[in-house]
Design a protein around this ligand. Structure first.
Ligand SMILES: Cc1ncc(COP(=O)(O)O)c(C=O)c1O
Length: 389
């Protein structure tokens, strides 16, 4: 048998590779501290679990769900949006349930990219933007996210000819992997750019609620004209510790939502209704767990930022996400540095190159283990003589 070229040219999914390395190290008896994967370590709040328990017993949830999500789920999303961002959404035409936001992010490329079309994607960036472009036989065009630009793309640097051939661009703030945030002025520039070149803007907003020190993230759709050009992808994964439940949603421009729906109706059959009911509970029930979790991440952030700064790094406290993006030690590429760290200290981090060429020279630390283990990690680094000086 002969597999398709589109598979052959795609490197193995980074996190699957890291998992393999972790398993090997565990077999060798190493006490691993895994700071490699952005998966919350805390459980889903109880009210959501209880809602699922109740819903799953109701036979009305057992048949095929509506493709775009139940009317109740879409209404809950619209209400949440109105309360949180002051943005009006038509729950029937501007909201769609997703089997996790990754699913929608991957499929939107099939709805907009024809062979030979370009997508504009951030580098470093969530790897799916690139692979999904390649799956659609398009060309991913990199927008470098550089430290000196606060990890925002420089729109002036985008080649005019490429912009003309671009159908879709992705932005993602709060950002994975750099933890950067964006303000409305930046979003306004994006809207102007998208209107000029007739481009669909996709804002990946998976970390919208994971913010610290009083910072609140703005929705792209808060900006005038944004809904004419864009959609936003959301996830319940990080906000409500629900990564395994697979529930997200897309909102915004109705043509884009409708195009995504055409792809999805031919590929999947929606999200289990009981999970959508639990999702309604998440969005409309008590929200205090979000603040509690953000307090937990703030403490963890402080341990790592202070710990690394004592070793000579020069990191500012991040305002959002549970990632810390740090330069490797001088002269080391990100894979060598990650391997070196694993060998010397048993700590797993993610090599920056996994997020694109501009991720080279960095690694990503995820704050997804408890404080004690993070303190232990900092101690191990100190004992192993790690210093960025
Ligand atoms: C930037 C970004 N977008 C999207 C996702 C996908 O999240 P999910 O499919 O769980 O909603 C992730 C997950 O880590 C992410 O980091």
């Amino acid at each position: 048998m002969k597999i398709a070229q589109r598979i052959e040219t795609i490197p193995p999914y980074l996190f699957a590779e890291i998992d393999k390395k972790k398993e090997e190290a565990i077999k060798r008896g190493i006490d691993i501290i895994n700071l490699g994967i952005g998966d919350p370590d805390q459980p889903t709040p109880n009210n959501i679990i209880e809602k699922l328990n109740e819903s799953v017993k109701d036979p009305n949830t057992h048949n095929y769900p509506p493709y775009d999500g139940t009317a109740e789920f879409r209404q809950a999303v619209a209400l949440w949006y109105k309360n949180r961002f002051g943005v009006d959404l038509d729950p029937d035409k501007e909201v769609m349930a997703l089997i996790g936001s990754k699913e929608g992010i991957a499929h939107i490329f099939l709805a907009f990219i024809d062979p030979g079309d370009f997508s504009l994607i951030p580098d470093p960036g969530y790897p799916v933007y690139k692979t999904a472009t390649l799956f659609a036989n398009g060309f991913p065009y990199t927008m470098p996210l550089l430290e000196e630009n606060d990890y925002l793309p420089d729109l002036e640097e985008i080649d005019e000819e490429i912009a003309q051939k671009t159908k879709l661009m992705f932005i993602n703030y709060p950002n994975n992997p750099t933890a950067a945030v964006a303000n409305k002025d930046f979003f306004k520039k994006i809207v102007k750019f998208a209107k000029k070149y007739n481009i669909l803007v996709c804002h990946d907003f998976a970390y919208s609620e994971m913010t610290f020190d009083g910072y609140k993230a703005s929705s792209f759709l808060e900006v005038d004209g944004a809904k004419d050009v864009g959609i936003e992808f959301h996830s319940l994964s990080k906000t409500y510790n629900m990564t395994g439940w697979r529930l997200g949603f897309a909102v915004g421009n109705r043509e884009a939502i409708s195009a995504l729906s055409i792809i999805k109706t031919n590929i999947d059959s929606g999200v289990f209704k009981a999970i959508q009911q639990a999702g309604i509970e998440a969005l409309t029930g008590p929200q205090d767990n979000i603040e509690k979790m953000n307090q937990v991440y703030t403490q963890r952030r402080n341990i790592v930022v202070n710990g690394l700064n004592q070793l000579g790094w020069n990191l500012k406290p991040i305002k959002a996400t549970f990632y810390i993006w740090i330069p490797t030690l001088k002269g080391m590429n990100s894979i060598d540095f990650a391997n070196f760290l694993l060998e010397k200290t048993g700590i797993i981090v993610t090599p920056g190159i996994g997020y694109g060429d501009y991720g080279e020279g960095f690694v990503r630390i995820a704050l997804t283990v408890e404080e004690k283990r993070l303190e232990e990690a900092m101690e191990r680094l100190k004992e192993a003589g790690f210093s960025s000086e």
